[in-house]
Design a protein around this ligand. Sequence first.
Ligand SMILES: [Zn+2]
Length: 201
Amino acid sequence: MQELIEVGRDAVSRGLVLASAGNLSARLSDDAFVVTGSGTWLDRLTPDDFAVLGLADDETGAPAPGGVKPSSEWKLHHRAYRARPDANCVLHLHPRTAVVLASLGRPIRLLTLDHAYYLGSIGVTPFYHNGTDELADTAAEQLREHDCVVMRHHGCSVVADSVGMAYRRALNLEDAAQATALALQLGDAETAFPAGDARHA
Ligand SMILES: [Zn+2]
C-alpha cells in the first residue's frame, strides 16, 4: 500500500490525474486485491483509504457491506486481474495527452527505446461510461494483449507484475503520447521506433 500511496502523490504532482479522479490497486493474493476508496484524492492517500475486494472464481468482485467503499471504477481493476493472472498492480489514471490522442483517433507512437521497452504495445477502447461493465470488460479484453490500454475520452489502465513497473509504464505512456504530439506538430505522422530492437542495455 505504501508504494501505491507514493505513486498517487507523484502521479498527481505530474498531472497524470486531477482532483479525485483515477484509482490504484495492488493484488494481495490469488483471491483478493486492494483498491483506492471512493472519492479519494490520490495525493492524500492513507492506509485507511483502501478497500479490499475479492477475485475468486465465484465472486463478482462486488464489495461486501461495511468497510471502505471502493472507487466507482473498481470493476476496471477486478476485470483486469481476472484477465491477467500475472498482474500484481493496476493503475488507472487520466493522462491528458494520451487520452486526447486516442480520442482523436491518433495512434500513440513508440518513438524512444524507453517507450518500446516499457510499453511494447498500446490497446485502445471506445468510450463507455465509467463504472460500467462495458468499460471494464473491453479494457480487460485489450489487456490480454497489451500492458497498457487507453479508453477514449476517459483515461488509461496499465498493468505490471509490480507497482514500480506499472508506474514506469504509465509515465512512459504519457511520454510517448507527448512525443507523438510533438512529432505531429513537426509534420511527421509516420516515424516509429525501429521494430524488434527494444532491448534495454
Ligand atoms: Zn477514470
